[in-house]
Design a binder for this molecule. Structure first.
Ligand code: SF4
Length: 213
Protein backbone atom coordinates (compact mmCIF):
# COMPACT_ATOMS: atom_id res chain seq x y z
CA UNK A 1 0.00 0.00 0.00
CA UNK A 2 1.48 3.40 -0.89
CA UNK A 3 2.18 5.99 1.78
CA UNK A 4 -0.65 8.34 0.78
CA UNK A 5 -3.25 5.62 0.98
CA UNK A 6 -1.81 4.41 4.28
CA UNK A 7 -1.79 7.97 5.63
CA UNK A 8 -5.49 8.32 4.79
CA UNK A 9 -6.36 5.12 6.64
CA UNK A 10 -4.12 5.98 9.59
CA UNK A 11 -5.71 9.43 9.82
CA UNK A 12 -9.23 8.02 9.89
CA UNK A 13 -8.27 5.44 12.54
CA UNK A 14 -6.68 8.15 14.68
CA UNK A 15 -9.79 10.35 14.32
CA UNK A 16 -11.99 7.43 15.36
CA UNK A 17 -9.89 6.79 18.44
CA UNK A 18 -9.14 10.39 19.46
CA UNK A 19 -12.33 12.12 18.35
CA UNK A 20 -12.18 15.08 20.72
CA UNK A 21 -8.54 16.03 20.24
CA UNK A 22 -8.00 19.80 20.38
CA UNK A 23 -5.54 21.42 17.96
CA UNK A 24 -3.59 22.71 20.89
CA UNK A 25 -3.32 21.13 24.31
CA UNK A 26 -2.39 24.38 25.97
CA UNK A 27 -4.87 26.55 27.87
CA UNK A 28 -5.18 30.22 26.94
CA UNK A 29 -7.77 32.91 26.31
CA UNK A 30 -5.98 35.55 24.22
CA UNK A 31 -3.64 35.27 21.22
CA UNK A 32 -0.82 36.74 23.32
CA UNK A 33 -1.35 34.03 25.93
CA UNK A 34 -1.40 31.38 23.21
CA UNK A 35 1.98 32.53 21.89
CA UNK A 36 3.43 32.73 25.39
CA UNK A 37 2.15 29.24 26.28
CA UNK A 38 3.65 27.76 23.10
CA UNK A 39 7.03 29.35 23.84
CA UNK A 40 6.90 28.04 27.42
CA UNK A 41 6.05 24.55 26.21
CA UNK A 42 9.52 24.04 24.67
CA UNK A 43 11.31 21.33 26.70
CA UNK A 44 8.30 21.04 28.99
CA UNK A 45 5.01 19.17 29.05
CA UNK A 46 1.73 20.84 28.15
CA UNK A 47 0.35 19.76 31.53
CA UNK A 48 3.16 21.53 33.35
CA UNK A 49 2.73 24.66 31.24
CA UNK A 50 -1.04 24.65 31.89
CA UNK A 51 -0.36 24.39 35.61
CA UNK A 52 1.91 27.44 35.48
CA UNK A 53 -0.26 29.51 33.13
CA UNK A 54 -3.38 28.97 35.22
CA UNK A 55 -1.99 31.55 37.64
CA UNK A 56 0.27 33.42 35.20
CA UNK A 57 -2.52 34.30 32.76
CA UNK A 58 -4.58 35.96 35.47
CA UNK A 59 -1.87 38.62 35.52
CA UNK A 60 -0.69 38.64 31.87
CA UNK A 61 -3.30 38.81 29.16
CA UNK A 62 -2.21 41.22 26.44
CA UNK A 63 0.88 41.98 24.37
CA UNK A 64 1.40 44.98 26.65
CA UNK A 65 1.22 42.87 29.80
CA UNK A 66 3.91 40.50 28.53
CA UNK A 67 6.15 43.20 27.07
CA UNK A 68 6.06 45.17 30.34
CA UNK A 69 6.77 42.14 32.52
CA UNK A 70 9.62 42.42 34.98
CA UNK A 71 12.28 39.90 33.94
CA UNK A 72 13.18 38.68 37.42
CA UNK A 73 9.54 38.38 38.51
CA UNK A 74 8.57 36.63 35.28
CA UNK A 75 11.47 34.21 35.63
CA UNK A 76 10.13 33.08 38.99
CA UNK A 77 6.56 32.91 37.74
CA UNK A 78 7.48 30.47 34.96
CA UNK A 79 10.30 28.74 36.79
CA UNK A 80 8.77 25.26 36.89
CA UNK A 81 8.46 25.07 33.08
CA UNK A 82 12.26 24.64 32.92
CA UNK A 83 14.89 26.76 31.16
CA UNK A 84 13.03 29.62 32.81
CA UNK A 85 15.74 32.29 32.45
CA UNK A 86 16.02 31.76 28.71
CA UNK A 87 12.26 31.49 28.26
CA UNK A 88 11.49 34.59 30.34
CA UNK A 89 13.96 36.63 28.33
CA UNK A 90 12.58 35.33 25.04
CA UNK A 91 8.93 35.89 25.93
CA UNK A 92 9.52 39.48 27.05
CA UNK A 93 11.76 40.29 24.06
CA UNK A 94 9.30 38.67 21.69
CA UNK A 95 6.39 40.77 22.98
CA UNK A 96 8.48 43.95 23.00
CA UNK A 97 9.13 43.41 19.28
CA UNK A 98 5.45 42.68 18.64
CA UNK A 99 4.58 45.91 20.44
CA UNK A 100 7.24 48.10 18.88
CA UNK A 101 7.57 46.67 15.38
CA UNK A 102 4.13 45.20 14.71
CA UNK A 103 1.95 47.74 16.53
CA UNK A 104 0.95 45.28 19.24
CA UNK A 105 -0.45 42.71 16.83
CA UNK A 106 1.13 39.27 16.56
CA UNK A 107 2.38 38.97 12.97
CA UNK A 108 0.61 36.15 11.23
CA UNK A 109 3.14 35.36 8.53
CA UNK A 110 5.61 32.53 8.83
CA UNK A 111 8.65 34.57 7.77
CA UNK A 112 7.86 37.28 10.35
CA UNK A 113 6.96 34.91 13.16
CA UNK A 114 10.15 32.87 12.94
CA UNK A 115 12.23 36.02 13.39
CA UNK A 116 10.74 36.56 16.86
CA UNK A 117 12.80 35.37 19.84
CA UNK A 118 11.72 31.94 21.00
CA UNK A 119 9.65 31.26 17.89
CA UNK A 120 10.81 28.50 15.56
CA UNK A 121 8.94 26.80 12.75
CA UNK A 122 7.06 24.53 15.14
CA UNK A 123 5.78 27.44 17.23
CA UNK A 124 4.95 29.47 14.14
CA UNK A 125 3.07 26.55 12.61
CA UNK A 126 1.05 26.05 15.78
CA UNK A 127 0.18 29.75 15.96
CA UNK A 128 -0.82 29.93 12.30
CA UNK A 129 -2.71 26.65 12.32
CA UNK A 130 -4.56 27.67 15.43
CA UNK A 131 -5.51 30.96 13.85
CA UNK A 132 -6.68 29.08 10.77
CA UNK A 133 -4.19 31.03 8.65
CA UNK A 134 -2.03 28.33 7.22
CA UNK A 135 -2.35 24.69 7.33
CA UNK A 136 1.05 23.32 8.13
CA UNK A 137 2.06 20.43 10.36
CA UNK A 138 3.84 21.36 13.57
CA UNK A 139 6.53 18.75 14.14
CA UNK A 140 7.38 18.16 17.77
CA UNK A 141 9.04 15.17 19.37
CA UNK A 142 5.88 13.00 19.24
CA UNK A 143 5.13 13.87 15.62
CA UNK A 144 8.73 13.23 14.60
CA UNK A 145 8.86 9.87 16.38
CA UNK A 146 5.56 8.63 14.98
CA UNK A 147 6.36 9.83 11.47
CA UNK A 148 9.59 7.83 11.60
CA UNK A 149 8.00 4.71 13.08
CA UNK A 150 5.15 4.81 10.58
CA UNK A 151 7.71 4.97 7.81
CA UNK A 152 6.62 8.40 6.56
CA UNK A 153 10.08 9.91 6.84
CA UNK A 154 13.68 8.86 7.24
CA UNK A 155 14.77 12.27 8.45
CA UNK A 156 15.25 13.67 11.94
CA UNK A 157 15.26 17.39 11.10
CA UNK A 158 11.89 19.02 11.83
CA UNK A 159 11.55 20.86 8.53
CA UNK A 160 12.36 17.77 6.47
CA UNK A 161 9.88 15.66 8.42
CA UNK A 162 7.27 18.38 7.96
CA UNK A 163 7.92 18.41 4.22
CA UNK A 164 7.47 14.64 3.99
CA UNK A 165 4.24 14.75 6.02
CA UNK A 166 2.85 17.63 3.95
CA UNK A 167 3.41 15.53 0.85
CA UNK A 168 1.80 12.43 2.29
CA UNK A 169 -1.28 13.82 4.10
CA UNK A 170 -4.06 15.64 2.26
CA UNK A 171 -4.02 19.39 2.78
CA UNK A 172 -7.39 19.42 4.54
CA UNK A 173 -5.96 17.10 7.21
CA UNK A 174 -2.75 18.98 8.01
CA UNK A 175 -4.10 21.00 10.92
CA UNK A 176 -5.17 17.86 12.80
CA UNK A 177 -2.10 15.68 12.30
CA UNK A 178 -0.15 17.26 15.16
CA UNK A 179 -2.91 16.76 17.75
CA UNK A 180 -3.72 13.23 16.64
CA UNK A 181 -0.08 12.12 16.56
CA UNK A 182 0.51 13.66 20.00
CA UNK A 183 -2.50 11.79 21.42
CA UNK A 184 -1.34 8.48 19.96
CA UNK A 185 2.25 9.21 20.99
CA UNK A 186 1.21 9.80 24.58
CA UNK A 187 -1.13 6.89 24.92
CA UNK A 188 0.18 4.04 22.77
CA UNK A 189 3.14 4.90 20.55
CA UNK A 190 5.12 6.11 23.54
CA UNK A 191 8.81 6.99 23.26
CA UNK A 192 10.15 3.94 25.06
CA UNK A 193 8.60 0.56 24.36
CA UNK A 194 5.68 1.52 22.12
CA UNK A 195 2.61 -0.58 22.88
CA UNK A 196 2.45 -2.16 19.44
CA UNK A 197 0.65 -5.22 20.81
CA UNK A 198 -2.45 -3.14 21.60
CA UNK A 199 -2.06 -0.55 18.83
CA UNK A 200 -5.07 -0.32 16.50
CA UNK A 201 -2.73 0.65 13.64
CA UNK A 202 -0.72 -2.50 14.12
CA UNK A 203 -3.89 -4.60 14.12
CA UNK A 204 -4.83 -3.17 10.73
CA UNK A 205 -1.29 -3.63 9.39
CA UNK A 206 -0.97 0.09 8.86
CA UNK A 207 2.33 0.57 10.64
CA UNK A 208 5.48 -0.97 9.17
CA UNK A 209 7.07 -1.13 12.60
CA UNK A 210 4.56 -3.72 13.82
CA UNK A 211 5.67 -4.77 17.24
CA UNK A 212 9.37 -4.43 16.58
CA UNK A 213 10.15 -2.84 19.88
S1 SF4 B 1 2.35 -0.24 15.68
FE1 SF4 B 1 3.79 0.38 17.27
S2 SF4 B 1 5.22 1.77 16.27
FE2 SF4 B 1 3.40 1.61 14.96
S3 SF4 B 1 2.07 3.32 15.56
FE3 SF4 B 1 1.44 1.52 16.74
S4 SF4 B 1 2.61 1.66 18.66
FE4 SF4 B 1 3.58 3.03 17.18
Amino acid sequence: MDNKKRAKLIFSKLVQNYSSVPMLFLDYKTDAQMLCAIILSAQSTDAQVNKVTKKLFKKYKSVNDFSNANLKTFEQEIRSTGFYKQKAKRVIECFKIIKNVYGGKIPLKMDELIKLPGVGRKTANLVLANKGIIKGIAVDTHVARLAQRMGFTKFSEQFKIEKDLLNIFDKNKWSRVNGLFISHGRKICVARNPKCDICFLNKKNLCPRKGLN
